[in-house]
Design a protein around this ligand. Sequence first.
Ligand SMILES: *Cc1c(COP(=O)(O)O)cnc(C)c1O
Length: 377
Amino acid sequence: MDSTIFAEMSALAVRTGSVNLGQGFPDLSGPSSVIEAAYDAMRAGRNQYPPGHGSPELVAAVVRHQQRHYGLHLAPDQVVVTTGATEAIAGAVLGLVDPGDEVVVCEPYYDSYRAMIQFAGAVRRPVTLRAPDYRLDADELEAAVTDRTRLILLNSPHNPTGRVLDDAELAAVASVATRHDLLVVTDEVYEHLTFDGRAHVPLATLPGMFDRTITISSSGKTFSLTGWKIGWATGPAGLVAAVEGAKNWLSYSSGAPFQPAIAHALDHEESFHRQLRDDLQTRRDHLCQGLDGLGFEVHVPQATYFATTDVSAFGHADGAAFCAAMVERARVVAIPTQGFYEDGSPDGRHLVRWAFCKEEDVLSEGLRRLQGVDLHL
Ligand SMILES: *Cc1c(COP(=O)(O)O)cnc(C)c1O
């Protein structure tokens, strides 16, 4: 398996002394009360394997979170704690998909989806979200389904496009899933990082959808603690048991002292992610206005850490060549979006993703460096 483009570009940023607007990790740590709670848990001896299902207090906090935000009433066996959303995705795909099954996935897609569908021996059926507005087309979704389709793997708010699926798109997914009796796995790690007052609506809250949906989230993005890798999957007990069954052979369990700390975060640090969302919106505007001023065609995101741009106006047909040139000329790292598309797909070739989950002065320095160079081919 290839190494991830994120790791490659971050290593390149370090090697070349570049401003890293590539990989999506925040410059600042999450809430200090949560870090203290992890210290406390370690000192209290929470240092051995936690239950594979998750520490009881974190499971209970996830139950309260889904109730408070979305009105979903979960029982403890409808939650499993995972090593980040990454392991929840792996567990869901490996636990729910058989070799030869087809998985419908929105392209561009997060890179682990492709790896996990391959590990499961399944077949990808991409449905492309096209620039500039990246809407999910109901007819294309319908057309991607065959009698071999097992599940739809959805991501909203969406990385890398920053789209938040609206009511009509969610209803289209629900309609296709129901009519074809499909499962849906939804990756909602950016659930709290939506902008301009836009609300994220979990697919599982639509009529009839809870029973066929695994909902995945993680504390990494919500609390700026991406290195702790505490995530979870929720859904009907039978599907959660399948995810947990696969997960038992992945990590089994992890993050003993971090689990109670994240329980504390979910219960007591909502103000942190509200503030983070507002800060990110300001930074989005800073980065997008700056890139726009440099002549980029900017696709302003509705959520997440990322903005995408079309670099064809500069004569670049290839985002990867553009990113290589920017490291060379400006010492700024961005991510070519083509890695999120099928090999050779024309849709993402000319797109580049920029992370704005960085300090204001890092964004300013990145923009200043870009201003000083020729962006044309
Ligand atoms: C960051 C990210 C993940 C990974 O989440 P972890 O909790 O760090 O494993 C999964 N999906 C998307 C869309 C992401 O951007």
